[in-house]
Design a protein around this ligand. Structure first.
Ligand code: GA4
Length: 362
């Protein structure tokens, strides 16, 4: 038994106090990317979902489930099934690489293990030899193929957003992520089964000295809100595209009909992509689009596997409100910053910090 330290004990208390999430199917917009009512209607729908919820479920998105996505799931599942010491060859995350429980550099923890990769092919090739020692080039090509497919979908969504918002250059957002030096990431999260019976297996798996554990957790008791897989946060980048297996866990913070923010449970759908607006889109649109807060609470007896593509600009990209988004009644809300500057701020802060507030014009 590992002796718990103070941080997770506090996390556990928080978990126990979480109000139960609302069942969410109805509150989450679903966007049919096959444009059954034409491109104009689709672009308006995408822009509306990103402005009102900062989140939507994309269906009929054109990324085939059996191709790159299935190959990536097989490769990453094989990696997570390795013994702890084999996985630790690809860690610790600094910030990229393999991580177990520890998130970021400032004392955040979650009940998960993960791979965090730069989405650019040279970086993937560099990292692959510590992830798949038998066939690193196969691992690289599986990741690169997936990144190409999901990046295409991200570009389509960003172009629709540009059109829906009536930007002078509707492709402005997508151009930021197609630059060769774009700083996009791919994250694969593996949440172990959360019911009591499986919990000790995962404690053994991590074997990280000094990493705090809860004595008994809350046993994945859904009435107590489950355990925190990945704590509350917004994504810092432009847009995130998440795909997961059929195990629930994702929750988003959305306003109810009275405007009060409530946690909504996102029903699992392995055939869909879940799209999050990130902090940078909120800044570029001067707050018209909202960066949604979300978290993962695990309570299932099956592992949850999720893959998230974080679409980001190059480090030197300057982020300031687009002229179309600034009016006399809506002056610039945030001061201009580069993505590199924003990243420095984000790595110095806890996961749940509303970091865009630091750039708010008073
Ligand atoms: C949240 C979104 C992405 O998962 C991530 C995370 C990053 C990390 O895990 O290294 C951060 C977090 C995320 C924001 C605040 C900092 C940095 C952990 C953390 C505490 C990869 C990202 O880009 O920002």
């Amino acid at each position: 038994m590992v002796v718990p330290s103070t941080t997770p004990a506090r996390q556990e208390t928080v978990t126990m106090l979480l109000p139960p999430p609302c069942p969410g199917g109805g509150a989450i917009p679903t966007v049919d990317m096959s444009a059954p009512h034409g491109r104009g209607a689709l672009s308006r729908q995408v822009a509306r979902a990103c402005a009102e919820q900062g989140f939507f479920r994309a269906v009929n998105h054109g990324v085939p489930p059996a191709g790159p996505a299935a190959r990536l799931d097989a490769a990453t599942s094989a990696f997570f099934a390795l013994a702890a010491h084999d996985k630790q060859r690809a860690g610790p995350p600094s910030p990229l690489g393999y991580g177990c429980r520890s998130i970021g550099f400032n004392g955040d923890f979650g009940e998960l293990e993960y791979l965090l990769l730069h989405a650019n092919p040279a970086a993937v090739a560099h990292r692959a030899s510590s992830i798949d020692t038998n066939d690193p080039s196969r691992f690289s090509s599986v990741v690169n193929e997936y990144v190409e497919a999901v990046k295409q979908l991200a570009c389509d969504i960003l172009d629709l957003l540009g059109e829906g918002l009536g930007l002078e250059d509707p492709r402005l957002f997508s151009k930021l992520i197609t630059e060769t030096d774009s700083d996009s990431l791919l994250r694969i999260n593996h949440y172990p089964p959360s019911c009591t019976v499986h919990k000790l297996d995962h404690d053994d798996q991590c074997k990280l000295k000094g990493v705090a554990r809860t004595k008994a957790g809350n046993g994945g008791n859904p009435a107590a809100g489950g355990r925190i897989g990945f704590g509350e946060h917004s994504d810092p980048q432009l847009l995130s595209l998440l795909r997961a297996n059929d195990v629930d866990g994702l929750q988003v913070l959305l306003p109810d009909i009275n405007g009060k923010d409530v946690w909504i449970q996102v029903p699992a759908d392995s055939s869909a992509y879940f799209v999050n607006v990130g902090d940078l889109l909120q800044a570029l649109t001067n707050g018209r689009l909202v960066s949604v807060r979300h978290r993962v609470i695990t309570s299932a007896c099956r592992p949850r596997l999720s893959t998230i593509y974080f679409a980001a600009p190059p480090l030197h990209a300057r982020i300031s409100a687009l002229p179309e988004m600034v009016t006399a009644g809506s002056p610039p809300r945030y001061r201009s910053f580069t993505w590199a500057e924003y990243k420095t701020a984000m790595y110095s802060l806890r996961l749940s910090h509303s970091r865009l507030d630091l750039f708010h014009v008073d």
